[in-house]
Design a protein around this ligand. Structure first.
Ligand code: FEO
Ligand code: CA
Ligand code: CA
Ligand code: CA
Length: 621
C-alpha cells in the first residue's frame, strides 16, 4: 500500500483466449447480459419489436435505434443500480432493418416514405432509464418519462461561432440558429457537469451536391454524383407525401438564395452535440466551437480548478488530424453541480481556441491554433484564406491543412489517465499509407493494417506537448518488424478503436476488425491495461511502453461479425456497459427462418451488453 492510488490496483482476471462464435466471451467468474437491443420500445408510442422487420417508422422513433456505439451511464439520485444510459446509434443495416431490405430500384431510387423515415429514426441517440434487479439483471424501465430518442430528424440548436451564421441558413432555419437531426453518431463523451456528448462522424455520406460545390464540401468529401449512402434524397418526386425531410439531403443549389434551397443543410452537421440526459424534452445543442469534421469522440482532459478545460477529438479518416479545444473560461468546481447543465455547455464549450496537432520526430509536438492570425506553412496567416472564425470552423480540415498538421492513421477515440492526465489516442489503421504518402514519426508504419495507440502529455503552455507510442497492434506471429510490442496469443489485436479509462486507472481498448492475421484468430475484443504501474522499490512510477506490453490482457470477445465499441462503468465498478455493433447472427438464435433476411440465420440486433461478476464484485481487479 502507498499514498499513490494506482500503486494498489492490479488486473485481477486471467487474459482469455480468442473466440470466433455467435456469443460473447468473458473471463471466468464474469457474466454478460443483453440489454436494450435495437428495436426494443422505450416509450408507450412504440410497439414490440417484430422478428420479421415489420415495425414501422413510428415504432422506430419510439424504440432503441440501430448499430449501438458510444454510451455513458448517468446515475439517478447517486444510485449505482438506477440510471440513464445514453447510447449512440451510428448507422444502419437496411437488410436487417426492413423485411426484405431496401426498396431502392436499379438506379438507387427510393420509393417508401415509411422505410426512409424508419432509417432516419434508427439513427441518432437513445436516452433510456435502466435498473438492476435483485437477480443481478439490468432492465430497461418501460416508458420512463426520461426515456427519449434524438434522431436524424430531431430539431437541435446551433451554438458557438456558427450560431446564426448565414452559412447555416436554410428554409427550415432562415436565421441559421437550428439544424435538423444528428447522423452517424460514433464515439461519445460526457462533460464534468453531467451532460452527454455525441459525435457526428461519417455524416458527409448522407449529402449530395451535383451542382457547384464549395471548397469545404470538396475538402470533406460530400458526394457529387450518384446517390447518397442510403439514397434518402431520391425519395423526392416519387413519394405521395413529398416532404423536405428527404429533399434536404440534396444540397445542390437550385434557387437564388439559401432561403430557397438546401445548399446549407450539410453545414448543420459535423459537430459535437450536447444532450442533458436528466431533463426530459431538453433540446440538444451542436457546439460548433469544437470544430467541424468527422468527429470520432470527445474527451475532456484532466480537470484543474482555475484552469481552462481541454476537449480532445480526432477526425477519423485516413491522413486526417487530431484536434483539441481549450475553453476560454476556467473550471469552477461548483459548476459540476449546476442546476442548468446546458448553461455550463454555453460557458465552457462555446468560446475558446481550437488547435490541431503536429507531431515532431523527437517526441515533441505542438498544437497549432486555428484562428485568423494563425501562421500558415507558407508564412502567411489563415486570414489570407478565411474571412472569419466561422469560415475556419466550417472548413476545419482545410484550415488544418494550411497550418501544417500531421496526417494520422485515422484518429479514433481518446482517453485521459485520471492520475497523470496523459492522453491516449487510438490510430485504428491506414492501409493507404504507401511509399508515395510516406510515414511520419507518429505514424511510422507503411501499410499500417494493425494500427497503434499513441499518447502525449501537455506541456507548460497550451501549444506544447511531448508524446510517444504506447503500443503497436500486431498478430502474435508477426516478425520483429511487425510485432513491435511483443504481443502474444492472449493480447494480440488489430484496429484499436474504442478507448476509455475508468477512474481507477485501468485503460480499456476495443477493436474494430482489421488485419486478417488477427481476425482469423479472434473476433473483435476488449483488452485492459494499467499503463502506469508503481513497481520499483523506491516507489517510482514505471510506465508501460511500446516494447513492454506484458500486462495487456484480453477481457472480452464479441460475437461473429461485430465490433466491440463504447465503454461505461457504474460508479461502484460493478457493472460495465459496452456496445455490440453490427453482429452477424446475434443475440437471439430462435428467430423463425421465414422472418430472417436473405443470407442471415437470425435477424441480428446491435445491443448493449452489461458485464458483471457472478459474485457481484468490482470488475477488472
Ligand atoms: Fe465509427 Fe471511427 O468509427
Ligand atoms: Ca469507432
Ligand atoms: Ca472504426
Ligand atoms: Ca462502427
Amino acid at each position: 500500500s502507498s499514498d499513490n492510488p494506482i500503486a494498489d490496483i492490479k488486473l485481477g482476471f486471467e487474459s482469455i483466449v480468442g473466440s470466433k462464435t455467435d456469443a460473447v466471451s468473458v473471463p471466468q467468474g464474469y457474466t454478460a447480459q443483453v440489454l436494450a437491443p435495437w428495436g426494443q420500445p422505450i416509450t408507450a408510442n412504440g410497439s414490440q419489436w417484430q422478428a420479421d422487420g415489420s415495425n414501422n417508422a413510428v415504432d422506430q422513433d419510439n424504440a432503441m435505434g440501430m448499430h449501438h456505439d458510444g454510451l455513458h451511464f448517468f446515475p439517478l439520485n447517486d444510485s449505482e443500480t438506477d440510471g440513464l444510459l445514453c447510447i449512440n446509434h451510428e448507422y444502419i443495416d437496411q437488410n436487417a432493418l426492413h423485411p426484405n431490405g431496401s426498396d431502392k430500384d436499379e438506379n438507387g431510387i427510393r420509393s417508401s416514405v415509411d422505410q426512409v423515415r424508419k432509417e432516419i429514426n434508427a439513427h441518432g441517440v437513445a436516452v433510456v432509464r435502466v435498473q438492476l434487479d435483485d437477480n443481478g439483471q439490468w432492465n430497461v424501465v418501460d416508458n420512463d418519462p426520461l426515456n427519449r430518442r434524438y434522431t436524424g430528424l430531431t430539431t437541435m440548436d446551433i451554438s458557438g461561432p456558427l450560431a446564426n451564421s448565414a452559412k447555416l441558413a436554410t428554409p427550415f432555419s432562415p436565421d441559421g440558429s437550428q439544424a435538423r437531426g444528428t447522423l452517424n453518431n460514433c464515439g461519445n463523451g460526457y462533460t464534468p457537469w453531467g451532460t452527454y456528448l455525441t459525435c457526428e462522424e461519417n455524416w458527409p455520406g448522407y449529402f449530395i451536391n451535383t451542382g457547384e460545390t464549395t471548397e469545404e464540401q470538396e475538402r470533406i468529401g460530400i458526394d457529387t454524383s450518384g446517390t447518397t449512402r442510403y439514397g434518402w434524397e431520391t425519395l423526392a418526386g416519387n413519394a405521395e407525401e413529398q416532404n423536405d425531410e428527404f429533399t434536404r439531403f440534396n444540397v445542390t443549389p437550385t434557387g437564388n438564395s439559401a432561403a430557397e434551397d438546401y445548399r446549407n443543410e450539410a453545414n448543420g452537421h459535423g459537430y459535437i452535440v450536447e444532450i442533458d440526459p436528466y431533463t426530459a424534452n431538453s433540446r440538444a445543442v451542436k457546439r460548433t466551437a469544437l470544430g467541424r469534421f468527422r468527429h470520432e469522440g470527445c474527451t475532456f482532459g484532466k480537470l484543474e480548478a482555475g484552469k481552462p478545460i481541454t476537449f480532445y477529438s480526432g477526425h477519423d479518416s485516413r491522413f486526417e488530424y487530431m484536434y483539441k479545444f481549450v475553453s476560454k473560461e476556467v473550471w469552477n468546481e461548483a459548476d459540476a453541480n449546476a442546476q442548468d447543465r446546458m448553461a455550463m455547455g454555453d460557458k465552457y464549450m462555446d468560446q475558446g481556441t481550437l488547435y490541431v496537432a503536429k507531431f515532431d520526430a523527437d517526441g515533441v509536438g505542438s498544437w497549432l491554433p486555428l484562428a485568423l492570425d494563425a501562421m500558415t506553412k507558407d508564412g502567411g496567416t489563415l486570414a489570407d484564406h478565411f474571412a472569419s472564425l466561422e469560415d475556419i470552423i466550417l472548413n476545419t480540415a482545410g484550415a488544418a491543412d494550411l497550418v501544417g498538421a500531421t496526417p494520422m492513421d485515422r484518429p479514433e477515440w481518446c482517453a485521459v489517465d485520471p492520475y497523470t492526465g496523459t492522453v491516449y489516442l487510438t490510430l485504428t489503421n491506414n492501409t493507404k499509407r504507401d511509399e508515395a504518402a510516406g510515414t511520419n514519426p507518429a505514424n511510422p508504419r507503411l501499410n499500417n493494417k494493425f494500427g497503434h495507440v499513441i499518447r502525449w502529455d501537455e506541456g507548460e503552455t497550451a501549444t506544447e506537448f511531448t508524446w510517444d507510442i504506447f503500443v503497436f497492434g500486431s498478430d502474435a506471429a508477426g516478425d520483429a518488424q511487425t510485432n513491435l510490442s511483443g504481443l502474444n496469443e492472449f493480447n494480440q489485436f488489430a484496429s484499436p478503436d474504442g478507448l476509455a479509462f475508468d477512474k481507477r486507472g485501468i485503460m480499456w481498448i476495443q477493436t474494430d476488425n482489421g488485419a486478417e492475421e488477427v481476425t482469423n484468430y479472434t473476433n473483435d475484443q476488449m483488452l485492459a491495461v494499467i499503463p502506469v504501474k508503481l513497481t520499483d522499490s523506491d516507489g517510482n512510477l514505471e510506465t508501460i511502453n511500446s516494447e513492454n506490453q506484458g500486462e495487456l490482457r484480453r477481457f472480452f470477445v464479441g460475437p461473429n461479425g461485430c465490433e466491440v465499441t463504447g465503454f461505461t462503468i457504474t460508479p461502484d465498478y460493478k457493472t460495465m456497459f459496452v456496445s455490440i455493433q453490427h453482429p452477424g447472427n446475434w443475440p437471439y438464435s430462435n428467430d423463425a427462418a421465414e422472418a430472417t433476411p436473405a443470407g442471415m440465420t437470425v435477424r441480428p440486433r446491435a445491443s448493449v451488453v452489461a458485464i458483471r461478476k457472478t459474485d457481484g464484485g468490482e470488475l477488472g481487479v
